[in-house]
Design a protein around this ligand. Sequence first.
Ligand code: SF4
Length: 376
Amino acid sequence: MNTSSDTSNSSSANSISEQAAAESQAAESQAAESQAAESLDPQQTTAEIAALAAHLQRAGIMWLPRPNQHSTEQIAARFPVGTTTQLRSSDSGVSQSNRAQVSPDSAGSNPDSEPPASHKPAHSHKPAQLSGGVSSTANTNGSPQPAIKRPTTNRPSATRPAARLQGVSAIQTTEHEYSGDPQPTDQRTQKLQQLAQAVESCTLCPALASCRHKTVFGEGNTNPRFAFFGEVPGEEEDLSGRPFVGKAGNLLTKMLQACTLQRDDVYILNTVKCRPPGNRNPEGDELSNCRSYYQQQFEMLRPEYIVCLGAVSAQELLGTKLSVGRLRGTLHRYFASKVLVTYHPAYLLRNPAAKKAAWADLQYLMRDAGIQIPKR
Ligand code: SF4
């Protein structure tokens, strides 16, 4: 009798058998994972990454490997979505043929999307939300804030990324026309000069008026098709009294030239006419104080297009807190002017990866304006 030995051998055999079975199962599992990885659709994967990046950006989450607030945008810009997001301008005067496709990297956003805490848009014109799947709600500050429709979980996964990357519907003023009749160009030029003189002696914002060298009223064609609406004067603008000079101004000039435009063809102005010290963003009361000046300028100029450069001007003009990334890709409306939102040249200098998106915005603008851009 060798019962003990037999039992031991049997137990050992069972153990080896179980181990072999486990290894076989692991090998099968690995093969299945490998097969699944090989069968991944690269376009779908890319779209999922873009959707994730856009989601992180909307949620205000910074990208951890490079902890700065521009990173999620850069990631979003690097991963084009598989399906393009349509520029939606159904009620903003854009014909169907002009509904161009936005650049795939439209998931990007301007990180300086939050206006000063005290800023409450106090427009006499209340921006309204056009039709198109996004309803308007009020945020805690009382300003209109489009509500974002969340995708339902039972949608096919292939359609989810595109749905989540949709921008906002066009924002417009309740009045679709500027008040009164347009003035002849010489009369308009004269009135703008008078307004510029009034601005020169303005002291409504003591903190800004006390440290400015010159007010920066704006300059350019007083019968413009395009007006470029910047944020605040910088150091060189403060010294010269002219908008968009220096490095950011040079880049704007190049952007205009790429669109076959010269600076003299357009009008350039800022939201606030005095330089905030230390290049800070303007405070809410400073924006309010200066509001009537740019409103009068637009009233006189009546440009066909207003291009908002950066979050401060876009949020101020449209009365929203949405980021540049959300406002891009749609033609909004300020009275009779179509409004395009894109990145500020100073932001593009700091974040060259966003230049592609800004170029897509300008191409869209030129297509809508019927201006052909020579191929580069
Ligand atoms: S920022 Fe505008 S409102 Fe304020 S002091 Fe300068 S010109 Fe006047």
